[in-house]
Design a protein around this ligand. Structure first.
Ligand SMILES: Cc1cc2nc3c(=O)[nH]c(=O)nc-3n(C[C@H](O)[C@H](O)[C@H](O)COP(=O)(O)O)c2cc1C
Length: 433
């Protein structure tokens, strides 16, 4: 059937306009051939109408100059990396160092992202992908996107509105949010700001009565899942943080006076708790017996965060765990040189579909999200990128990071011909040796 010109739908008209505009660009005497090809590439990449609109907006908008190459507004960001220099500029050196740091030489941190380059994407053609559905269902709750927010402690160190700003941004796009035990905001406030439940990440401490109280409070507030982080038992050497601390002229002792009670005095989840018997938040001597004990008091779902081997995944199944997050704490736990995306397949194979497997570490692009899902993850989490957005611009910064990742993810999802998450399979990628 042919369509008369005067019967064009708005999207047909937009397409024709786009073609004419690209022709105009190509003929333009003021643009070099490489500039034309970059612009055409950017416009053509706009697979979704949102992306396309954004591309045009960039061309039409008044010139907003980045200062010294650093963006000054979230709208200027072309990708999530653009937020890191802006966060660095906004934060005192020690706080930026805390966010940026890995351990030892930061090699695992680096590899977490770089390992995604070893995976190529197998695109498919001639599939109608104008309408796609990015929703995932986890523990009976449907989220509009598989992009979730990993627990990051002390977000008050990055922005005055801390986790409240993050929860508001997460609400807009329906991203799941995991609140850290040592967050700067209470779970009740986060749930109120998000307008829905969030998961609660537990550092249990070495006092069981405190563990119990934290779990009870989180569940009473409405957390459907408790996420036990198991990868911080050995201590760590955060050299990058130590180096940035040297450039910070403030007196850090004002806030970090030492001693557990002092350290958690600005962490609302510990309000009204007797922490006099707690000596340690991390190195608590946890074993699988602890997981059993916790399993008995957790009424909802129990998730283990920090599993990276087939062996531990198999044991986790035997201990009644409901999901695993493959994580090395964003390269902040140990310098293993094992990026999480490389650990994912063995964990997925061990679990054999019995429970969901999530992953975090180094995810910076929509293509990274797709690759992780293709290799068997049910959902993914990001840590630093949303904190860069928070530190640089507060809630709008977080919202922009989430929107960029979502847009990139939808674009590549369409390019592999997937109209829903289940259609992203191992055939969507090719792992290079
Ligand atoms: C500043 C910072 C604080 C973190 N705090 C916690 C925490 O309290 N609990 C936890 O389980 N993981 C914590 N993580 C690890 C994240 O949950 C996540 O595993 C990691 O950031 C993912 O890697 P990415 O930053 O490369 O996205 C923290 C990470 C950063 C960068």
């Amino acid at each position: 059937m042919t369509t008369a010109p005067d019967a064009r739908t708005p999207s047909d008209a937009a397409l024709t306009d786009r073609r004419n505009f690209i022709r105009f660009l190509a003929a333009s005497p003021v643009l070099t051939p490489s500039a034309v090809s970059a612009l055409v590439g950017a416009l053509s990449a706009g697979a979704s109408s949102g992306a396309l609109a954004q591309s045009y907006d960039v061309l039409r908008a008044p010139q907003q100059k980045a200062v010294d190459g650093v963006i000054t507004a979230p709208e200027q960001a072309l990708n999530v990396f653009d937020f890191e220099p802006a966060a660095k500029k906004a934060l005192p050196p020690a706080h930026y160092g805390y966010l940026a740091s890995g351990v030892d030489g930061d090699e695992t941190l680096r590899l977490n992202h770089e390992a995604y380059d070893d995976i190529a994407i197998r695109v498919r053609r001639l599939i109608d992908v104008r309408k796609i559905d990015t929703s995932v269902t986890l523990f009976g709750e449907t989220f509009s996107t598989p992009i979730m927010l990993a627990p990051v402690s002390s977000q008050g160190a990055f922005h005055a509105e801390a986790e409240a700003a993050v929860a508001r941004a997460a609400k807009v796009k329906g991203n799941n949010f995991i609140l850290s035990t040592v967050g700067s905001t209470s779970i009740e406030d986060v749930i109120a700001e998000r307008g829905g439940p969030c998961w609660y990440m537990l550092y249990p401490t070495d006092d069981w009565s405190v563990t119990e109280a934290l779990v009870k409070r989180a569940e009473a507030a409405g957390a459907p899942a408790i996420v036990l982080t198991v990868d911080r038992q050995g201590g760590r050497n955060t050299e990058t943080l130590f180096r940035f601390r040297r450039d910070d002229t403030r007196d850090c002792k004002g806030c970090h006076a030492g001693g557990f009670a002092n350290e958690v005095s600005r962490k609302p989840m510990f309000d009204d708790l007797d922490v006099s018997k707690v000596t340690n938040l991390y190195g608590t001597g946890m074993t699988w017996e602890f997981v059993d004990r916790l399993r008995k008091i957790v009424k909802g779902k129990l998730v283990l965060k920090g599993i990276v081997t087939r062996e531990d995944a198999e044991i986790a199944l035997k201990h009644g765990v409901d999901a695993i997050i493959v994580s090395n704490h964003g390269g902040r736990a140990e310098e293993s040189l094992e990026p999480t995306i490389r650990a994912l397949p063995e964990v997925v194979a061990a679990v054999d579909g019995k429970i969901p497997v999530l992953i975090d570490g180094g995810i910076r692009r929509g293509t990274d999200v797709l690759k992780a899902l293709a290799l068997g993850a049910t959902a993914i989490c990001i840590g630093r990128p949303y904190c860069w957005g928070l530190a640089a611009f507060g809630e709008p910064g977080v919202a922009a990071v989430l929107a960029i990742l979502q847009r990139e993810f939808e674009t590549i999802m369409k390019q592999v011909g997937a109209t829903r998450i289940a259609e992203i399979t191992k055939d969507s990628v090719m792992v290079r040796a």
